[in-house]
Design a protein around this ligand. Structure first.
Ligand SMILES: NC(=O)c1ccc[n+]([C@@H]2O[C@H](COP(=O)([O-])OP(=O)(O)OC[C@H]3O[C@@H](n4cnc5c(N)ncnc54)[C@H](OP(=O)(O)O)[C@@H]3O)[C@@H](O)[C@H]2O)c1
Length: 205
């Protein structure tokens, strides 16, 4: 990172943004371009990219750090996209973005004063190596942390969301479910389209 992270949109600077994308996004993109074709087409193999939790759009609770967040979010998208291409070449490959945690390195030292709990770099390296050792094709395209836990990419619907009353729609209006499927008030929630009505609830018997 170069300079101080932006706390406000008023701090956004083209040079700082460009540098953040150069280091965190464009560099890894070139690694993808030149190294992923070298992975074997059969058998287990892994490519892991160091991202950061702040690159998760869903996980962004505090704001700030515009350039770094955006560059890591873009990296996560590159890794996800490359994982899809890689899966077409080798189903056993794992292309993964990994958050190393907050580690005691020259990058994080300037922020240690703000009460960050910095983990020693040798411990972080061991934990990361352990997570990488456990990766297989089932993890392809995921974004995980140093404990191997997935980092939210999409909001997981909780019970409160499911129980919340749905807004009443005017006749003929459509509602979209969490998968983007449209359902019509008139045709009922189990209809998908006129051509493809989809599955209907089993009515006993
Ligand atoms: N530290 C954390 O708390 C933390 C948290 C989340 C994510 N991450 C991510 O983890 C990764 C590693 O971070 P870090 O904390 O180890 O950062 P760091 O202490 O700043 O180290 C960065 C490394 O990248 C090298 N580097 C920097 N600019 C380069 C360039 N233009 N060309 C070639 N090499 C260059 C540095 O080489 P030199 O040593 O030769 O300068 C250094 O080895 C980064 O992607 C970072 O975003 C770190």
């Amino acid at each position: 990172m170069q300079g101080q992270p932006e706390r406000s949109w008023s701090h956004l600077q083209p040079d700082h943004l460009a540098h953040s994308f150069l280091v965190n996004t464009i560099g890894p993109a070139l690694v993808i371009k030149h190294f992923l074709p070298l992975l074997p087409r059969q058998g287990p193999c892994k490519a892991v990219f160091l991202s950061a939790r702040v690159g998760s759009i869903t996980d962004n609770q505090l704001g700030g750090w515009y350039g770094y967040r955006a560059a890591k979010a873009a990296l996560n998208q590159l890794v996800k996209t490359a994982s899809i291409e890689q899966a077409r070449r080798n189903r056993q490959a794992a292309v993964v973005a990994l958050h190393p945690g907050t580690v005691d390195t020259p990058l994080s030292v300037p922020f240690a004063k703000q009460g960050l709990n910095l983990r020693p770099s040798d411990l972080a390296a061991r934990e990361i190596a352990g997570v990488i050792a456990g990766l297989d094709g089932g993890h392809n395209g995921s974004f995980v942390d140093y404990q191997g836990s997935p980092i939210m990419a999409n909001k997981i619907r909780v019970e409160a969301d499911r129980c919340a009353p749905k807004p009443v729609l005017a006749p003929g209006m459509t509602r979209t479910n969490h998968r983007g499927q449209k359902s019509s008030q008139e045709r009922g929630t189990w209809s998908r389209s006129k051509k493809n009505p989809g599955k209907r609830p089993h009515k006993g018997g």
